[in-house]
Design a protein around this ligand. Structure first.
Ligand SMILES: Cc1ncc(COP(=O)(O)O)c(C=O)c1O
Length: 500
């Protein structure tokens, strides 16, 4: 049956929502609805009408009225004027007011580390309730102070940091980062391969935006630091999650990675040391990932922001050092090791086979130039921070705060019936497992919310890290021992009665 009216309206609704045919196919895939390329193109061309169920789905995903979409009703409904925007709504005085909705590009973006549970905590705090925050890896509020020398050096250079710097960053900062990369045996790095950013966060965003076309796939760990999945999605790509295996010290599962590679896979992300699990990957595990990346010609993105926070005499190995023939991008910064998360300074280092990525590098340069430069005062202390004595080392050895807090929380959590946790080897996170049968937990966000309401403790539920099952949560063990002891006691009490 020909239905030009339907085709035109479908096109119109897709334009309004800025969705292409591939976006619809992706949404269908995500919703578990069978929809082929040829079907959607026939609908758009008005050659066939979809079945009732598909029509319903299209109306929903395009935020369109079903009858209007069919070509039957006259006018599009209000909300269709621009995605979730509506042009005219009457306020109390009878005046018209335009309403703005968020971009549909954010529809599948998740960042629960600062999500609804955190909003509830903020409401509680505003009402005067003290909340114990074990939810965010921000060292300063827990008494981890920036080394004095870093502050002095920033102060004394402040007047020289008034202007923009070169887009990639100050020479002195990049030279220090280059030497740092050399010490980690990262091959083929020149000063031009180093980009400073307003934290690693900005560079994750830039690196994904410059690479991905709609529907390109990137392998991202599960659990992950959720900014990676969010930036892949925001860039139009698809984050395909590979499992990190709790039974194997939370190492990436090579067999699962292999299973998830398709012709669209462009890159693999690793987070080492890992947030949220605290895992540190040994050479054999990294080598396996390099072998897979080599076989499938993937770019390796390695987030190594915790590389100086390693315990138990472990060695951090940069995966790029094992892959001179591949193109690698290694991320690190000073937020965690130098306790200056608020100054916003991170970097990325391109290495290995840059010929593979000439055009991509052009894209990275464009985006780096477009944001002009990263925070210059923070760049000015990179050389100081990376050179000389590293005070962070005192924190991660026996007697040091991070080490002792890790020892404490690991034992305290494992002592709670129904909770088990793998011992973290690095960073300052632990990702315990909850016995979901015992506590009848079906919804981990509700678990986090109930714990917050009952015990005033804020943690992040596992789904916030793109972990599929409702059986994990993350604890940040930055607070001092006595605070952790109080938190562990309250959690144990909560779990003595909590059932969902
Ligand atoms: C794995 C990981 N990467 C990147 C970041 C962001 O770091 P930055 O402060 O440099 O933006 C974090 C922050 O928690 C993180 O855990």
């Amino acid at each position: 049956m020909m239905n030009g009216n339907f085709g035109n309206r479908l096109k119109e609704a897709m334009d309004r929502r800025q969705m292409k045919q591939v976006d619809i196919l992706r949404a269908a895939d995500q919703a578990g609805i069978k929809l082929g390329k040829s079907h959607i193109s026939q609908y758009v061309n008005g050659k066939t009408m979809p079945r009732e169920q598909i029509l319903k789905f299209l109306a929903e995903v395009l935020d369109a009225d079903e009858e209007w979409l069919k070509g039957e009703a006259e006018a599009p409904r209000e909300a269709e004027e621009g995605g979730k925007d509506s042009m005219e709504q009457r306020d109390e005085g009878g005046r018209t007011m335009r309403k703005f909705g968020k971009s549909t590009k954010l529809d599948h973006v998740l960042y629960d580390v600062r999500g609804p549970v955190v909003d509830e905590a903020a409401r509680m705090e505003q009402a005067g309730t003290q909340v114990l925050k074990l939810n965010i890896g921000n060292p300063a509020p827990f008494g981890f102070r920036t080394p004095d020398e870093v502050i002095y050096d920033m102060q004394s250079q402040l007047t020289e940091c008034e202007g923009y710097s070169y887009a990639k960053g100050l020479f002195s900062a990049r030279k220090a980062i280059m030497q740092y990369a050399q010490n980690k045996n990262i091959p083929n790095v020149t000063i031009e391969d180093i980009y400073t950013g307003n934290g690693v966060s900005e560079l994750i965003n830039i690196s994904m935006s410059a690479l991905l076309n709609n529907d390109d796939e990137v392998l991202v760990p599960s659990p992950d630091y959720p900014l990676w999945t969010a930036c892949v999605t925001l860039s139009g790509g698809k984050a395909v999650h590979y499992i990190c295996d709790e039974q194997a010290e939370w190492y990436p599962d090579a067999a699962d990675i292999r299973k998830k590679i398709s012709s669209r896979t462009k890159a693999i992300v690793i987070i080492n040391p890992n947030n949220p699990t605290g895992a540190l990957y040994p050479r054999e595990v990294l080598q396996e990932i390099v072998d897979i990346a080599r076989e499938h010609q993937l770019i390796i993105f390695s987030d190594e922001i915790y590389d100086r926070l390693v315990m138990d005499g472990g060695e951090h190995i940069s995966i790029a050092s094992l892959a001179p023939d591949l193109f690698c991008v290694t991320f690190s910064g000073l937020s965690k090791s130098h306790m200056i998360a608020g100054y916003r300074i991170g970097w990325m280092v391109l290495s290995g086979n840059k010929e593979m990525a000439e055009d991509y590098i052009e894209g990275l340069n464009m985006l780096s130039n477009m944001r002009l430069c990263s925070n210059v005062p923070a760049q000015s202390i990179v050389q100081t921070a990376l050179g000389g004595y590293q005070s962070v080392k005192n924190y991660v050895v026996p007697g040091g705060r991070i080490y002792e807090q890790r020892e404490y929380i690991y034992k305290a959590l494992n002592d709670i019936p129904g909770i088990s946790a793998v011992k973290p080897k690095a960073a300052f996170y632990i990702f315990p497992k909850i016995d979901v049968k015992k506590f009848r937990i079906k919804d981990d966000e509700k678990f986090a919310l109930d714990l917050l309401k009952d015990k005033k403790i804020l943690i992040v539920h596992g789904k916030g890290f793109n972990w599929k099952e409702p059986d994990h949560f993350r604890v940040v063990y930055l607070p001092r021992l006595e605070v952790l002891a109080d938190a562990a006691e309250k959690l144990a009490d909560f779990l003595s009665y909590y059932r969902q």
